[in-house]
Write a protein that binds this ligand. Structure first.
Ligand code: TTP
Ligand code: MG
Ligand code: MG
Length: 452
């Protein structure tokens, strides 16, 4: 009697535990500690992995995927290739990007010429120099690489609508080309055209994986690097994918590979055919995710970041504290230009501006104002920031300013991006061209003349 009464509660408790464990294991799914990289390397990761397929993305009823075509694109030796492109002296030579001191730091990436000597991502700069004394180490310049990615994103929009494109990392993107192709022959042609577009736009090579699901496409990209295009069709599954080691699957690192090995699962074929209950027992819901991915049943689609950017900011602490009107104007302009460039990059305009100063006594002061209309125009941001500045305690020789910061919020999609000439009566400054130069050669390469 007592037991029958309690029974439903036991079931509920077990279910809650199950859901909790699933949530917990998915939460910890991408275990950064398992990527085998030293700590410092994790800190240099430019962009998080944010679209790994989740159990909820899978449709369990679908086991055979037809008529879907995904491209995964990844630049070859990305940072190093960009540096070689921009400096002819580096072409054809072993180049690493990262530390230039030779003592401390790590190799973020290396050109294929350097890889021939055994130089690898994550290796200490010291070790790299030891095994390849002629290695040329150049510093990493993030904004430049980001601008290449942005240009790629714009280029891809000439093939498919925005919601078919997913930027996955700083040099990787997924493209769902299902709307524009009917079969693998046509899909391959689109892949070739995209590679050509990347060459035309940025003079860079990339590798492409093409398949009927995202997981296989991502794996295929690595089949022929550099400058490759590899296709995995439904027919290739058993001959190409199944003999591969489990570690080759997106999301499986050394430790998971070892745990799979303990279950006698060594290849993706083993994983595909394994007992689902055993996988679930060992890995929770992720075990099922792995199996679906290995079988080519990854039904996940293009993932769009939903969390919209709420604000953008930039703060700059000066090497030498400043107080003259001229220096301060220069500094406000610089910070403003940087923020505007970020806005343009994301095709946004801001309706509200906040300016903050930190003085040499480490105290802060800040004021905010609405902009006349949402904008990403350097001149308008500068004028408003300068008006705000007039309300601050004036820096003086005894009370200098050490930091300026700007935050813009109330962000909206830039209405001018589609329709520039129609309602933009003002002179159109070549902001985009200036942004490109700044990304390439640094902030101070070009400044807008502001008559103030
Ligand atoms: P990857 O695409 O992993 O490497 P890659 O493009 O240099 O070489 P491959 O031809 O094998 O694709 O990474 C892209 C860039 O991101 C790389 O050039 C350096 C940088 N990077 C990090 O900053 N942190 C990281 O953890 C990794 C893996 C790469
Ligand atoms: Mg790459
Ligand atoms: Mg990559």
């Amino acid at each position: 009697m007592n037991l029958t009464f309690k029974f439903p509660y036991i079931i509920i408790a077990i279910n809650i535990y199950g859901i909790y464990m699933d949530k917990l294991s998915s939460f910890f799914f991408i275990q950064r500690k398992e990527d085998g990289l030293p700590d410092i390397f994790r800190r240099v990761r430019l962009m998080p992995l944010y679209s790994f397929p989740h159990f909820k993305d899978f449709n369990l009823k679908i086991t055979e995927l037809k008529n879907r075509f995904f491209i995964h694109l990844d630049f070859d030796a990305f940072f190093a290739q960009v540096e070689q492109r921009d400096n002819p002296n580096l072409r054809g030579r072993p180049v690493s990007v990262g530390s230039t001191t030779g003592e401390k730091g790590i190799v973020m990436t290396a050109s294929y010429e350097a890889r021939a000597f055994g130089i690898e991502t994550g290796m200490s700069a010291w070790e790299a120099k030891r095994i390849c004394p002629q290695l040329i180490s150049v510093p990493c310049y993030g904004p430049k690489y980001e601008s290449v990615t942005q240009s790629l994103m714009r280029g891809l929009k000439t093939f498919v609508p925005d919601d078919c494109i997913e930027q996955y990392s700083v040099d990787e993107v997924f493209v769902d080309i299902t709307p524009i192709v009917k079969n693998f022959d046509q899909a391959r042609e689109v892949g070739e055209k995209i590679k050509q577009k990347v060459r035309d736009l940025e003079d860079l090579t990339c590798s492409i994986g093409l398949s009927y699901n995202k997981s296989y496409a991502k794996m295929a990209t690595k089949f022929q690097k550099p400058d490759g295009l590899s296709v995995v069709t439904q027919q290739d599954r058993e001959s190409v994918i199944y003999p591969m080691r489990t570690k080759k699957l997106w999301g499986i690192g050394h430790r998971i590979e070892r745990r799979l090995g303990a279950l006698n699962i060594l290849t993706l074929g083993d994983l595909a055919k394994a007992n689902p209950a055993a996988l679930r027992k060992e890995f929770g819901i992720n075990g099922i995710v792995f199996q679906k991915m290995a079988r080519g049943e990854d039904t996940s689609g293009i993932f769009k970041k939903t969390a919209k950017e709420k604000c953008l900011n930039h703060h700059h602490t000066m090497q030498h504290n400043i107080y003259t009107e001229e220096d301060i104007k220069k500094e406000i302009r610089r910070v403003g230009e940087y923020v505007c460039r970020k806005l343009r990059d994301k095709e946004l305009v801001a309706g509200h501006l906040y300016l903050v100063i930190r003085y040499d006594n480490l105290k802060y002061a800040g004021y905010d104002a609405r902009l006349k209309q949402p904008t990403n125009d350097d001149r308008e941001i500068f004028e408003t920031a300068l008006r705000l500045f007039r309300r601050f305690p004036r820096p003086s020789e005894k009370h200098k300013a050490r930091m300026f910061g700007m935050t813009v919020f109330d962000l909206h999609a830039d209405p001018r991006r589609e329709n520039l000439e129609l309602f933009d009566k003002k002179i159109n400054f070549p902001y985009r061209e200036m942004d490109k130069l700044k990304y390439k050669y640094g902030e101070s390469i070009i400044r807008l003349g502001l008559a103030v």
